[in-house]
Design a protein around this ligand. Structure first.
Ligand SMILES: [Mg+2]
Length: 165
């Protein structure tokens, strides 16, 4: 199903090297807003260290944000020292294709991480990437995200109950 993530986690920090190795994942495509950046434009504690640690273990990274705010995405990319694309047009394949090309790994060896089903997860699944849904960092979501949340919560609930069977 396109709308279901392969796995649901509390935070990107739960993505361990062991998890990546077990699933043959060599590269990560990261969403920005609410995935590695909070509403006040801060990178939460531990994210930089998490990223550094995986980089040292040969995991490649690329940021793919739907935001059209170049300066914001660039700031995060600079802070984490990662390549980036902004205005990513997720769930369309275009942005993902650019990230995949940059990462130089096969689609099945790449995971895409994000907090939104309708952009991050559907886009990742359409490209046959390993989709990882994370809980949004901030509850103070942007208005457009807020409208979509109730429906996302229903899908997540369904997903979790299916998985429990
Ligand atoms: Mg997001």
């Amino acid at each position: 199903m396109l709308i279901y993530p392969r796995i649901y986690m509390e935070s990107v920090k739960e993505i361990t090297i062991q998890f990546l190795k077990n699933n043959n994942i060599k590269a990560l495509i990261l969403d920005v807003d609410n995935t590695i950046l909070d509403f006040d434009k801060n990178i939460p504690e531990g994210i930089k260290e998490w990223c550094e640690d995986l980089k040292h273990q040969e995991i490649k990274f690329c940021i793919l944000s739907n935001s059209n705010k170049k300066e914001k995405v660039k700031m995060v990319a600079k802070e984490l020292d990662l390549p980036y694309f902004y205005f990513g047009t997720k769930p369309f394949k275009r942005g993902f294709k650019k990230a995949i090309k940059l990462l130089e790994e096969k689609n099945e060896n790449i995971a895409a991480v994000g907090d939104q089903i309708f952009t991050d997860i559907i886009g990742a699944n359409r490209c046959n990437l390993f989709s990882i849904l994370v809980k949004p960092i901030a509850e103070k979501d942007l208005l457009i995200t807020k409208i979509k949340r109730p429906l996302e919560n229903i899908i997540i609930k369904k997903y979790l109950s299916r998985r429990g069977k």
